[in-house]
Design a protein around this ligand. Structure first.
Ligand SMILES: [Fe+2]
Length: 476
C-alpha cells in the first residue's frame, strides 16, 4: 500500500478578485459557463484531478505490432496525450484554486506494454505534469501482453494496486496481476479492497472515496433479461458497447460504501452519453478513451465514422460543501461540454441523479414544429434521406429508420437501420443524412424516422414516401 498526502490549498480570495480574474481569463469563463456551474464564493474548489483511460500508445515505426488499432500511430497519440496534459495544467493554473492534485490514467496506456510504448508514455506524463501532481495509475490486459506486473511497477514507481491519500481524500487503484478477465478476476484481492474501503471510511465517513480500475463494475445479474433493448437492461452499470460488460466482483462491496465514486475504462464508449454515469448505492462513471470510440453493438453501428478523432476526459473538482463535479472535456476542440455530472452529496444515495429511474423519467425526443423527412434523391436500391435533429437533441441518442413497402403498415419491415445522433461530436451536427442501398428497384416505399433517447424512450416518427428507380442494365 502506498500512502502520500499533502494539505489542500484552502487560500481564499474575495469575490471581487475572483470576478476580476474571470474577466481576464477566457478559459476560466468558458469552463464556468459551459459546464453550467454557478459561481459560489462559499463553495470553493478544494481538490482537482483529471481522469482519462485507454490512451493506447501503439508500437513505434519499425516494430511489428502484436495488437493495433488501424489509423492509430504513436505520433498521433503522443501529440494527443501532450495536448491533454497541457490543457489540464493550463485549466488548473487559470483558476482561483490553481492546483492539479492528481492525474489518473485508468489502464490501457499502451497497446501491448512494450518499453517502446510505455517509456514514451511515462516520459510525456512526467515532463508535462507539475512535480507535485500525484499519479493515479491502473493497468490491465493491454499493459501485460509484452510485459510483466513487476516491470510495470518498476517503470511507473508505484504498485499496480495502491491506496493514496491526496489532499485529504482517499484514492484507491485496483489492477489484476495479468490478463485475467471476467467474474472472479479480483477474488484474491477482494479482502485487500475491503480493508482499504474500511480504512478510508473510518478516516472520514463524510468524504467520497475515489476508486479506479480498468474494467467497469457490472451488476451480478441483468436488470431484466426479458426486457429490450438489452443495452438498457443488461449487467453493465456504466454504458458499454456490450450489454453485459465487466466483472461483478466489486459490486456487492461497493454497495456497502455509498461514498465510493468509481471510475472505469476499457469500453471506449463516449463519456458524453449520460448513461456513462450510473448510481445506485454507490456512483460509477465510464472514462471513455483518449484514442478511439466504440459504440453500442447490433443493431447499432459500433464503429462510427471518425471514431479516431474523438477523445474526451474528465476534469473532476471537489467543492468545500462536498459536492463533486465531473466536467467532460472534448480534447479536439479543447472545450468543456454542456453535459457534466454532479454528485451533490456523495454517500447519500437519496441525492443521486443518475439512477436507473432515468429509464422511465428521461425526456422523450421531440421534433421541431414542421419537421420533415427529405428524400433529396432516389436510386435503384434506395436513396438519400435527410432530417433536422430533434429540438432536444441533447437528449437524443439515435434514430431508427424504417422502410416498408407502400401501404404495408404491419409485419416485418422491408429494412430497418439505426443511426447515431452523432452526440459524440462537438458541436453536434444540426442535421443527419443517411444513404441507403438495400432496397428493391422500382418499388414504392414508406419511410419513417423515430428518435430514441439515451434511455430508450421513443418520440413520434416523421415520415415520407418515395419510389426507387428501375433496375438499369450495366453501362458499357
Ligand atoms: Fe482500451
Amino acid at each position: 500500500m502506498q500512502r502520500t498526502s499533502h494539505k489542500p490549498n484552502r487560500r481564499r480570495k474575495g469575490r471581487r478578485n475572483f470576478l476580476a480574474a474571470a474577466a481576464l481569463s477566457p478559459l476560466l469563463m468558458l469552463g464556468r459557463q459551459a459546464a453550467g456551474e454557478t459561481i459560489d464564493d462559499d463553495d470553493e474548489v478544494v481538490l482537482r484531478f483529471s481522469v482519462t483511460s485507454d490512451v493506447h500508445f501503439p508500437n513505434p515505426p519499425g516494430r511489428e505490432p502484436i495488437f493495433t488499432f488501424p489509423c492509430n500511430t504513436q505520433v498521433i497519440q503522443k501529440r494527443r496525450f501532450r495536448k491533454m496534459i497541457d490543457w489540464v495544467c493550463r485549466y488548473s493554473a487559470s483558476h482561483r484554486y490553481p492546483r492539479l492534485d492528481a492525474f489518473a490514467v485508468n489502464g490501457d496506456m499502451t497497446d501491448s506494454g512494450a518499453d517502446d510504448e510505455r517509456l514514451p508514455f511515462r516520459d510525456i506524463m512526467d515532463q508535462g505534469l507539475p512535480p507535485d501532481t500525484k499519479r493515479v495509475l491502473t493497468v490491465a490486459d493491454h499493459g501485460f501482453y509484452l510485459s510483466s506486473r513487476e516491470h510495470w511497477e518498476e517503470v511507473f514507481g508505484t504498485p499496480i494496486s495502491a491506496h493514496q491519500v491526496i489532499g485529504g481524500y482517499h484514492f484507491i487503484t485496483l489492477s489484476p496481476p495479468d490478463t485475467r478477465y471476467g467474474d472472479g478476476m479480483f477474488a484474491d484481492q477482494i479482502d485487500w479492497v475491503h480493508q482499504q474501503l474500511k480504512d478510508a471510511a473510518a478516516d472520514d465517513p463524510e468524504k467520497p472515496i475515489f476508486f479506479f480500475q480498468h474494467y467497469p463494475v457490472s451488476l451480478p445479474e441483468p436488470r431484466d433479461p426479458n426486457r429490450q433493448p438489452q443495452w438498457l437492461y443488461g449487467r453493465s452499470t456504466v454504458r458499454c458497447h456490450k450489454a453485459n460488460w465487466g466483472p461483478s466482483d466489486l459490486f456487492g462491496l461497493f454497495q456497502e460504501f455509498p461514498q465510493v465514486i468509481d471510475f472505469a475504462g476499457d469500453s471506449h464508449y463516449p463519456i458524453c452519453d449520460p448513461g456513462s454515469a450510473w448510481q445506485d448505492r454507490f456512483s460509477a462513471f465510464g472514462t471513455g478513451s483518449l484514442a478511439n470510440l466504440k459504440m453500442l453493438e447490433e443493431p447499432y453501428w459500433k464503429y462510427p465514422e471518425g471514431r479516431y478523432e474523438y477523445a474526451q476526459f474528465y476534469m473532476v473538482e471537489v467543492h468545500r460543501s462536498g459536492r463533486v463535479h465531473l466536467k467532460i472535456v472534448n480534447l479536439a476542440t479543447e472545450t468543456i461540454l454542456p453535459l457534466s455530472f454532479v454528485i451533490p452529496a456523495p454517500g447519500h444515495p437519496d441525492s443521486y441523479l443518475y439512477t436507473d429511474a432515468r429509464i422511465d423519467s428521461y425526456p422523450i425526443p421531440v421534433w421541431e414544429d414542421g419537421a420533415v423527412l427529405k428524400v433529396p434523391y432516389t436510386s435503384e436500391h434506395g436513396g438519400g434521406f435527410r432530417f433536422e435533429q430533434t429540438k432536444n437533441r441533447e437528449n437524443t441518442q439515435s434514430y431508427r429508420i424504417t422502410f416498408r413497402q407502400k401501404g404495408k403498415t404491419d409485419g416485418e419491415p422491408a429494412l430497418e437501420k439505426y443511426v447515431w445522433s452523432e452526440f459524440y461530436r462537438y458541436p453536434v451536427p444540426d442535421s443527419i443524412e443517411h444513404f441507403e442501398e438495400g432496397l428493391q428497384p422500382q418499388t414504392e416505399y414508406d419511410v419513417s424516422v423515430t428518435p430514441i433517447s439515451f434511455f430508450g424512450g421513443e418520440g413520434k416518427p416523421i415520415t415520407a414516401s418515395f419510389k426507387t428507380v428501375e433496375n438499369r442494365p450495366p453501362y458499357y
